[in-house]
Design a protein around this ligand. Structure first.
Ligand code: ADP
Ligand code: MG
Length: 239
């Protein structure tokens, strides 16, 4: 399994990020300007140009949205940590994403092994993480397949391990280190920001994230979050 962004230079380079954003936004802006100029010169099918413009605007919008997520935990009241059960968080993600999954005949399943200790987390931030991971899994299976979200206790029940597995195209071994780098994407409409945002959020929860993938077999993303040991009731030894 490849540990995400182990090399500190990958994420520490704020400057690299900033120039990346500038670059990523400049491309759709240039396309927008070109379309406007064509329309201004009365030189184009304006309906078609407007459609192109909308898709470029959508692109800028999705880049900016992902960056807003990234900056959220930094705000003073951004990260709302508390003790929460992981099960309802995963259920809500599964319910949210099931429609999108079914559209491409992806069968989304959830398996939560009880009992699990609650984790210290901001549920809304965690939902964003799992929405991103489920989205990637769906996108990896354009012809359908099985998508499993599972949660099991980690070592000594001091953590909870959540896995998002798909039967998709997988990632070539030599490209694994690239995955999670800002703007690395293999998709036409991708931003290459989803996994970086996930990693950032998991780090702010003192968790860890790793990836395991086999080409043409599938991919599993594993997230481990610290859990709060329960005392007394509910955890006695059974005899
Ligand atoms: P995006 O989804 O916008 O491309 P991400 O950061 O979410 O950006 O993912 C980066 C890249 O990692 C993807 O473009 C894809 O190549 C690869 N990837 C991520 N998740 C998966 C997966 N479940 N299966 C195959 N490839 C994946
Ligand atoms: Mg993605």
């Amino acid at each position: 399994a490849e540990e995400f962004l182990r090399r500190s230079d990958k994420i520490s380079a704020v400057a690299q990020l900033a120039s990346g954003i500038a670059h990523e936004i400049r491309n759709p802006l240039a396309a927008l300007k070109w379309s406007v100029q064509l329309i201004q010169a009365d030189n184009a099918d304006s309906k078609q140009q407007v459609e192109l413009m909308i898709s470029e605007i959508d692109r800028i919008d999705s880049i900016v949205s992902e960056f807003m997520l990234l900056s959220k935990p930094e705000k003073s009241h951004g990260l709302q940590l508390g003790q929460h059960e992981i099960k309802p968080i995963l259920e809500s993600v599964a319910n949210l994403m099931r429609y999108q999954a079914n559209r491409t005949r992806v069968n989304l399943e959830l398996e939560v092994r009880a009992p699990l200790n609650p984790v210290t987390c901001d549920p809304n931030q965690l939902k964003q993480v799992f929405i991103n991971l489920v989205k990637n899994a769906i996108e990896a299976m354009p012809d359908g397949g099985r998508l499993l979200i599972s949660a099991v206790p980690g070592k000594d029940e001091q953590s909870v391990v959540i896995r998002v597995s798909d039967e998709g195209m997988g990632i070539p071994h030599e490209l694994l280190p690239k995955v999670g780098e800002p703007f690395y994407t293999t998709k036409d409409k991708g931003t290459g920001l989803g996994l970086m945002v996930c990693h950032q959020i998991i780090e702010s929860h003192h968790g860890r994230m790793s990836i395991d993938s086999e080409l043409n077999v599938g991919t599993t993303i594993e997230v481990e979050l610290p859990a709060v040991a329960q005392t007394a009731i509910g955890h006695e030894q059974s005899v």
